[in-house]
Ligand binder design. Sequence first.
Ligand SMILES: Cc1cc2nc3c(=O)[nH]c(=O)nc-3n(C[C@H](O)[C@H](O)[C@H](O)COP(=O)(O)OP(=O)(O)OC[C@H]3O[C@@H](n4cnc5c(N)ncnc54)[C@H](O)[C@@H]3O)c2cc1C
Length: 287
Amino acid sequence: MKPAPFSYVRAASVEHALEVLAEHGDEALVLAGGQSLVPMLNLRLVQPAVVLDINALRGLAAIQPHTAGGLQIGALVRHREIAVHPMVAARAPLLRAAAPWIAHPAVRHRGTLGGSLALGDPAAEWPACAVALDATIRLASRAGGERCVAAESFFQGLYQSERRGDELLVGCDLAQPSHDSVFSFRELARRHGDYAAVGLAVSACGRPGAWRTLRLVFFGVGDTPVRAIACGAALAAGAGLAEARAQLEAELEPRADLWFSAQAKRHLAVHLLREAWRDLGHPTAGE
Ligand SMILES: Cc1cc2nc3c(=O)[nH]c(=O)nc-3n(C[C@H](O)[C@H](O)[C@H](O)COP(=O)(O)OP(=O)(O)OC[C@H]3O[C@@H](n4cnc5c(N)ncnc54)[C@H](O)[C@@H]3O)c2cc1C
């Protein structure tokens, strides 16, 4: 199938892009890597009046240090760049660990961080990592300037987010990890490169049995990334794996998909919790 007719606009600047979005709102769709948008256009799942190509906006394609040692990643940064950038390895090792799990090299060379966050696929890696890292998502509009939204409140439902139709997602900010930060990224997929059946992104500060913060975020289990709050709180309070597992089973309500029942997803989630438990340095005797 071919896309329905649309007007193509290549943004010459962020201001130009915001003008177009202000004029057309939901009738305009941003083209970043095109790895999700182009198939959606071809299948006529979306039929925008305007496709706004932002690929010339080089200012959105940078990874740079942020205040207080954190990291600022522009919306147009490709998955592949995140996988290999030394500053990401040093300041956001969770992203480094997650990147190879996204699709295949061809998709990773085109797909962007901003596209993945804006799309908000519930089985995608970046949205879960953004929530686990307590990232801030930056949105810009002609009417409102720039505003920041915590990743945890950005994802509102299945492919639904806080982003308004007149807003461009311009970047994502991450805080500097502390000296005792630990991360774990685990994923199970039918084949490597497929979207996750179930995945788990974890960010923690402290040490086993005495975590100051611990954010466990599952993906592939609901309409958005799902934070296992009770399970994380139990681990932070020094609970063993059995208790953490019981908390997880009580709070997680996985949604079946084409291949996995809810029960199978719950089973896989528990398996990933056990693996993350080890990654975080808990003694295996406590399993
Ligand atoms: C075969 C295949 C396998 C894949 N497997 C995975 C996988 O395992 N995990 C995974 O996470 N992804 C996977 N993807 C999706 C891929 O990661 C996409 O790159 C990503 O979802 C969207 O990024 P994009 O830059 O291509 O965005 P696009 O396709 O250009 O856009 C996606 C959506 O976001 C909007 N958008 C894009 N950028 C912005 C912006 N800056 N501001 C506002 N709106 C914006 C677009 O209008 C569109 O609605 C796969 C894709 C393919 C084709």
